[in-house]
Each structure stands twice: as C-alpha cells, then as structure tokens.
Design a protein around this ligand. Structure first.
Ligand SMILES: [Cu+2]
Length: 128
C-alpha cells in the first residue's frame, strides 16, 4: 500500500497544480453509506457527534467534516477523526441548542477521487 499511497499523494499534488487526472475507475469512489444524525432528520435527542460511514475507505489526511449552525458558526468541539478501518469520519460537537445545523464533508478515496456533499439536520428537543 506504500507505493499506492505515494502515487495517490503525487496524483493529488498534480491535481492541485491544475492538471486534470483522468479517472481510471469509479469503483473505489467513497460516498456516504449512512449518516448519524440522518440526513434531513429532526431529532429530540441532542447529538454529541456527527458520524458518516462511507462505502469505501477514505484517506484520513484529506478528510474534512464541518458542522455549523444557522448563523454559520462552527459547532464542532474537536478536529474530525477517521476510524482505523478508514470507513468512518466523525467529529464531536459542542452542546447544541435547538435549531438547524448544516454538515459539510469532503473526502478522497483510495483511488484519489474526491467526493463531497452537504446536508442538514434539526435539533428540536431539549438536552434532557
Ligand atoms: Cu473513484
């Protein structure tokens, strides 16, 4: 996996320089398989973290996860973390008030393809 990681980093460096890298295969793209809180859900319990499970491994180095409130303020309590199997991206949250929240994620799969997305969830209940 060393060589493939090195070539991935090289590919990203090239992509960052503005050169288009032709996708060889789309099979190893990473897309969300499950989100917690679920996409668009209104929940009574206040979530302590946001967790996205992907369908393929992601590169920890290039994984981003932002959670913000309606005013755009960051409500994450820590840096995002990638699980050891590289399938799950999560971030701990500050104590959330009632309101709408936006989740934005961006990851790079092992085939060097980037995917990104965003969704919202709503906290309706109280902390108890
Ligand atoms: Cu791909």
């Amino acid at each position: 996996m060393r060589a493939s990681q090195a070539s991935l980093i090289a590919a990203i460096a090239i992509a960052g320089a503005g050169v288009v890298v032709a996708p060889r295969s789309s099979r190893a793209h990473a897309f969300p398989a499950a989100e917690q809180p679920m996409v668009g859900c209104t929940m009574n319990a206040v979530p302590a973290e946001v967790e996205i499970r992907f369908d393929n491994p992601i590169e920890a180095m290039f994984a981003h996860l932002q959670v913000s409130d309606k005013s755009g303020a960051d409500v994450t309590a820590d840096a995002p973390a990638v699980s050891e199997d590289r399938i799950t991206l999560s971030v701990k949250l500050k104590p959330l008030a009632v309101g709408d929240y936006a989740v934005k994620w961006s990851v790079v799969a092992q085939d060097s393809h980037r995917s990104e997305g965003s969704y919202t969830f709503t906290v309706a209940g109280s902390r108890d």
